[in-house]
Design a protein around this ligand. Structure first.
Ligand SMILES: Nc1nc2c(ncn2[C@@H]2O[C@H](COP(=O)(O)OP(=O)(O)OP(=O)(O)O)[C@@H](O)[C@H]2O)c(=O)[nH]1
Length: 308
């Protein structure tokens, strides 16, 4: 099954996300790739939707943030795009206040995880506001730092607004926060990101495994069970989870019980809810470090041992 690429554009308010999106859409059009956009704004009205060409399928999510209040709606919009169009790539422009790990978590709903391939999390950084970040509130400062830390590519934008020595200092700070990410200083987000994303992929190509988005710095992994599994064994497995795994979620059936459960694991806490439908038993893992082969082997063993 062909997977549709997803590129997440993150970055604080006014950092240049829409400016970059417009450039990316032009590059995609020139490359002949079928592209769609999801735009999220915290306000009730969309301000940036005019920046998307008329022929590009566009879904807007207004009045909330996809990383929290609108997470269910993002899933619906992505699903509509996947069913209504033959696509190569979907761009998601997040609100300035979105946390990239939460957005990734929302995109990788167990129903969509096998249809999407998260290609890259790109964070736009306004070098001016980064330089002046000490005057921002602590939560905003933390958020911008998180956006930088979890990006595959940090676009250090608006370098025309600061001096060269200040730019070098910002670049050093960004690199020490995110040593694995690519850092690109720009003015008006002027960068060939397709080339950058391609390079990133080639560098990490050796690690790419089936169902594993090895090129992302935040790792994701998808596994499907064909049969019900033992709750006891599954919960023993959860107790062995390292801190570097932030989230697991998906659908499960335990011990020959008929019902399907929606399961969530977040930083060590688990919850189960009865699912309305009999869903495919797919689990999605999100974390910083993951041994995909080991995970896959353990999950297959749990299934092989059968139900209690
Ligand atoms: N001087 C300067 N201005 C820039 C640069 N990049 C973008 N801008 C301007 O900064 C403003 C904000 O850019 P946007 O692309 O709308 O930023 P955004 O992140 O989409 O903004 P929100 O959607 O409000 O979060 C616009 O007026 C841009 O023209 C740059 O490199 N230098």
């Amino acid at each position: 099954m062909k997977k549709v690429d997803v590129i997440i554009l993150s970055g604080f308010l006014g950092s240049g996300k829409t400016t970059l999106l417009q450039k990316m859409l032009k590059q995609e059009q020139e490359a002949g790739r079928k592209t769609a956009v999801v735009m999220n704004e915290v306000g009730e009205v969309s301000i940036d939707s005019d920046s998307v060409p008329e022929e590009t399928p566009l879904k807007e999510l207004l009045n909330g943030c996809i990383c929290c209040t609108l997470s269910g709606k993002l899933e619906i919009k992505l699903s509509e795009l996947l069913h209504g169009h033959e696509l190569d790539v979907i761009y998601i422009e997040t609100t300035g206040v979105a946390h990239p790990v939460e957005v990734l978590d929302t995109c990788l709903s167990p129903m969509l995880a096998e249809k999407l391939r998260i290609r890259s999390i790109i964070t736009l950084l306004d070098v001016m506001s980064w330089k002046e970040r000490h005057s921002l509130s602590i939560p905003v400062r933390q958020l911008i730092t998180e956006q930088v830390k979890h990006a595959d590519i940090v676009v250090m934008n608006k370098i025309d607004c600061i001096r060269d020595d200040a730019r070098r200092a910002v670049e050093e700070e960004v690199r020490s926060l995110n040593p694995k990410g690519a850092v690109v200083p720009t003015t008006f987000a002027d960068v060939d990101l397709n080339e950058l994303i391609q390079n990133e992929r080639q560098q990490s190509g050796d690690h790419v495994k089936i169902h594993a988005d090895g090129h992302l710095h935040i790792k994701t992994f998808v596994h499907s069970f064909q049969n019900p599994v033992s709750q006891q064994l599954f919960e023993d497995f959860l107790r062995s989870m390292p801190d570097s795994i932030y989230r697991i979620k998906g659908y499960l059936r335990f011990d020959e019980k008929k019902e399907t459960l929606f399961f969530q694991y977040s930083y060590g806490m688990t919850s189960y809810e009865k699912a309305d439908l009999k869903m495919k038993n797919t689990l999605v893992f999100i974390g910083d470090e993951m041994d995909h082969e080991e995970l896959s082997r353990t999950l297959m063993e749990i299934e092989k041992k059968g139900t209690a």
